[in-house]
Write a protein that binds this ligand. Structure first.
Ligand SMILES: C[S@@+](CC[C@H](N)C(=O)[O-])C[C@H]1O[C@@H](n2cnc3c(N)ncnc32)[C@H](O)[C@@H]1O
Length: 283
């Protein structure tokens, strides 16, 4: 029988709070916010009616103001998040979120504004829960560096280039304008960026095309160059697809996020402020 030895202190390194809380960070956050809110709504009336209320007011503490209780809530939630050892950005979310809720309630915007915001967010970040890749655009220095990589790779020879997760189409449109003889296309899963890219393509005067869809369901066999600006969470899967489907001699270029445990053919630094491009040659 095999026994597994846990490193000494593996369990004790977890705080008691961490052991009590659910595993998912958003569940932890929801629980912490709810506990603090319940505590404060339970305590507030007793404090306001207590014998100390007069002293507290004379110290300048506005017990009837929502901002006073909000401040206490913010301290409690960020303290609980620290105890739970949540990542630092979650502690900031804990503080900013209730502040934003109360502020927006005071501003009293019409419901249509929230509905519009919801629709924009939904169509922009469509299936991030499934793809684990949100939308953020690449930089012009990256577009120019990719153009140079294509020139070094093939000169004036015509290439089939695909941007997997093409966003609003920036990089594909740039390449299509600079390299008129290439067949440049993009595939994008989120409806809003895809609509923007498709409309831009209509007026671009180039042959660039954008498809609404999932790059995981298409075959890379016909492509000469695949460009990706995705996220570290998917690089291993994309690389597996590249290995299985692309022809030898073809290029896979990824911006910012390299393929784990694989050495790139070369790494290009487009500018001081834009991320590196990792270039892989399919063997
Ligand atoms: C970081 S953005 C990059 C946008 C664009 N390539 C650029 O360089 O500006 C990544 C995009 O990939 C899209 N995406 C993520 N997973 C995808 C998938 N499986 N199929 C197609 N698009 C995907 C996201 O919706 C997002 O718009």
């Amino acid at each position: 029988m095999h026994s597994i030895k846990l490193p000494v202190g593996a369990l004790s390194s977890q705080s008691w709070m961490q052991r009590l809380l659910p595993k998912r960070l958003w569940c932890q956050a929801l629980l912490i916010q709810s506990v603090s809110m319940l505590l404060i709504t339970g305590l507030a009336p007793s404090v306001i009616n207590s014998v100390f209320a007069f002293e507290l007011r004379s110290l300048g503490i506005q017990l009837d103001s929502i901002w006073c209780w909000l401040l206490i809530h913010m301290c409690v939630v960020s303290g609980l998040a620290k105890l739970a050892r949540m990542p630092v950005w979650w502690r900031w979310i804990h503080v900013i979120f209730p502040l934003a809720v109360v502020f927006m309630q005071q501003v009293a915007l019409p419901a249509s504004v929230y509905f519009t915001g919801f629709i924009i967010t939904l169509t922009l970040y469509w299936s991030v829960h499934n793809t684990r890749v949100p939308f953020y655009p690449s930089f012009p220095a990256t577009w120019r560096a990719l153009q140079r990589i294509l020139e070094q790779h093939a000169g004036d020879k015509s290439l089939k280039v695909l941007d997997i997760g093409s966003g609003i189409g920036d990089i594909a449109m740039f390449l299509a304008k600079q390299r008129m003889h290439d067949q440049v296309s993009g595939i994008e899963i989120a409806p809003l960026p895809w609509v923007v890219s498709a409309v831009r393509a209509l007026f671009s005067g180039t042959s660039v095309t954008f498809t609404l869809g999932d790059y995981r369901s298409i075959n890379f066999a016909e492509l000469d160059v695949v460009f990706a600006y995705l996220s570290p969470a998917v690089m291993q899967d994309v690389w597996q697809k590249v290995q299985q489907e692309m022809r030898p001699g073809c290029l896979f270029v990824t911006s910012e996020f390299p393929v784990p445990d694989t050495v790139a053919e070369h790494i290009v630094f487009p500018s001081a402020h834009s991320p590196a491009l990792y270039v892989y040659l399919k063997q």
